[in-house]
Every structure is written in structure tokens, then in C-alpha cells.
Design a protein around this ligand. Structure first.
Ligand code: C5J
Length: 233
């Protein structure tokens, strides 16, 4: 007979070393898997990026999301974006560079990086359930000007399984913010992606270097293994 008792703890094979986590105090934090970053016509492409580079993270995140839902782990999604009147968008962010469209301009998926527009929403494959937490953030880090700290405290979370896009921008900024606040961050290498593969690699190296100066790095299969869930084909 299969043992149906859910494990309360697991050891994740990770770098620089394995890490043991209590699942009840662990959340899956999915950073900015929004159409604006993932699809043609959104913010990412207006900056000149090849958005197809990010697609590789979708399947591993989907497997983690399913595992978190199956095991009752807290799931938190974030979305980067701004209020329609741009009152939370610093001019220094809106005015920089020479994008084809700026934040707030009308694009094929609605106004670029504006809350409530189609482009600002999360891709259908990873769409949040009503029961999951969605944090809207104006910055790169998920703690800046958001209710994330309150949410983590409310649910007694001490450990974060972090994935999403892009590795070196919003994922790294959030991990650094979380690390300074005392959270253990385990970053999922195949669940993160960058428009620049070399930045992805270096972004992960920066996290796990120096004995894990910002956190741990693992992959989705290792998390599923620690949760005792078989890896999807
Ligand atoms: C960027 C993000 N790259 N979510 N945002 O501007 O990483």
C-alpha cells in the first residue's frame, strides 16, 4: 500500500550544500511570470529583448506549482507593474533608455507594465488560483513597497523556494531583499530564466558563491524529489 502521509520535512540537494526544510514554513515564490516579460509586444520586447529566451522556465515552474498545490504549500505570485496614473513609477524608471514603447504607452497587450492590462497579467500556464497570494510590486524586489513581509509573517514562512524571471533582475533583487530579512532562499535554476543566458548563469553563481552568500541553488527535480513527488516526463 502507498504511504499517504505527507512528509513534514525534506532535504533538498542544493549548492553550496544540501538544505533541510520544514515544508509548513516554506512558500513557493514565483516572480513576474507575466505576459509583459514572456510574450512578444510586452515590456521585455520593447527593451529589445528576445522573449523566447524565457520560455524554458515555464515547464519546471509548472511542475513546482502543481507540487505546491498538491502538498498544500503556500504559493505566492508577484507581478511588476504600475498604477494607471503612473504615480508609483519613478521618472528615472519611465524615462530611461530608448525603448520602442515606454511604461504606460499603449501596446498590443494594453498599456505597457500597467496594472489591470492584459500584458501585466500572469501567463495562462501558471495562472494563480483564487486561493493563492498575488503581490503587485512597483520595483524589481518583491519586498519594496509591498505587503510581502506581512504575508510571510501571517503564514509563518521562513523559507522561500524562488523561481521566475528574470534571474539577474527581479529574482536576484528579491532574493537579496529576502536574505537580508532572514529568509532562507532556495533558487530553482531551471525555474528561472534571463534574456541573457550568461546573466542567468552568473546570477545563480552570485547567489550560491561564498558558502551561499544569498542562498542556495537547486533545480526543480531536486525539490520534487525532496517532496517525494515523481518528476513529470
Ligand atoms: C525586469 C524582471 N527584467 N521581472 N523585470 O525588468 O526581472
Amino acid at each position: 500500500m502507498l504511504n499517504s502521509v505527507k512528509p513534514t520535512q525534506g532535504v533538498i540537494s542544493a549548492e553550496p550544500e544540501p538544505i533541510k526544510l520544514d515544508w509548513a514554513s516554506t512558500a513557493l515564490l514565483i516572480i513576474d511570470m507575466q505576459r509583459d516579460f514572456m510574450e512578444p509586444g510586452g515590456f521585455g520586447e520593447t527593451l529589445g529583448n528576445d522573449v523566447s529566451q524565457l520560455a524554458r522556465a515555464v515547464k519546471p515552474i509548472g511542475a513546482l506549482l502543481k507540487a505546491a498545490r498538491d502538498t498544500g504549500m503556500l504559493v505566492i505570485h508577484t507581478r511588476e507593474g504600475h498604477l494607471p496614473d503612473l504615480s508609483d513609477a519613478p521618472p528615472a524608471k519611465v524615462e530611461r533608455g530608448a525603448p520602442s514603447l515606454r511604461i504606460g504607452d499603449p501596446g498590443p497587450m494594453g498599456r505597457i507594465l500597467i496594472r489591470g492590462e492584459a500584458g501585466h497579467d500572469i501567463i495562462p500556464e501558471l495562472y494563480p488560483l483564487d486561493s493563492e497570494v498575488v503581490i503587485d510590486k512597483p520595483g524589481k524586489g518583491a519586498f519594496y513597497a509591498t505587503e510581502l513581509t506581512d504575508v510571510l509573517e501571517k503564514y509563518g514562512i521562513e523559507n522561500l523556494l524562488v523561481c521566475g524571471v528574470t534571474t539577474e533582475v527581479c529574482v536576484n533583487t528579491t532574493v537579496r531583499e529576502a536574505n537580508d530579512r532572514g529568509y532562507r532562499c532556495v533558487v530553482i535554476s531551471d525555474g528561472c530564466a534571463s534574456y541573457f543566458p550568461e546573466f542567468h548563469e552568473m546570477g545563480l553563481k552570485m547567489i550560491k558563491a561564498q558558502g551561499g552568500i544569498f542562498g542556495w541553488v537547486t533545480d526543480s527535480a531536486a525539490v520534487l524529489e525532496a517532496l517525494k513527488i515523481s518528476t513529470p516526463a
